[in-house]
Write a protein that binds this ligand. Sequence first.
Ligand code: TMP
Length: 219
Amino acid sequence: MNVRYGRFVSFEGGEGAGKSTQVRLLATALREAGIRVTVTREPGGSPGAEDIRGLLVTGEPSRWEPVSEALLLYAARRDHWVRLIEPALKRGHWVISDRFADSTLVYQGVGRGVDRAWLDELHQLVLGDVAPDLTLLLDLPAEIGLARTLTRDQASATDETRFERMTLDFHQSLRRGFTGLAAGDPARIVTLDASGGVDEVAKAVLESIRTKLLKELPG
Ligand code: TMP
């Protein structure tokens, strides 16, 4: 982690929190400020990891048992880190990722009951001490997020709905999981209220970037 020039920013949250929109808006703002940016997502981001994504996000909710699911996510994450994120950071790019390892702690750990210590050990074995410099948690009640995804899915006719179709209890536990993680690591994870409009959330995102990473970003 010593020879890194760019910054690594992740967005996290439950379903329908508006992460991908905010990732796009932040990338535009940073590019306008003259920063080189690589935008990516998990699961996915590299060709191999995108193939694994297909296995994870489609099909029946019961398609994978939780530990296998975590292992698939870490196979994808290793490929993504080695082939895309680390080289981009070394070239001086800022990498903005729609989800990273916090999603596994929450979806597979809190939501699906995989042991937290085991997940921490898996992360250490596969990636070592890799973590985002800043994580923006877009926080929203599960019911509101799920309602948003319904509208979005109908519009795009996507079949990437495996997690969305898990129970409301599951999704409510994710919100508690994410806010719990944020409470435990306030230096890295900033919680933003995602129930407002797109522009309002985007303003809060830029404010966090300014405070935490880049004081000279233009207003
Ligand atoms: P997306 O809808 O944000 O693109 O993410 C795809 C799905 O994958 C989403 O429902 C959350 C799930 N997921 C996990 O369960 N664990 C993980 O580690 C990641 C990165 C995503």
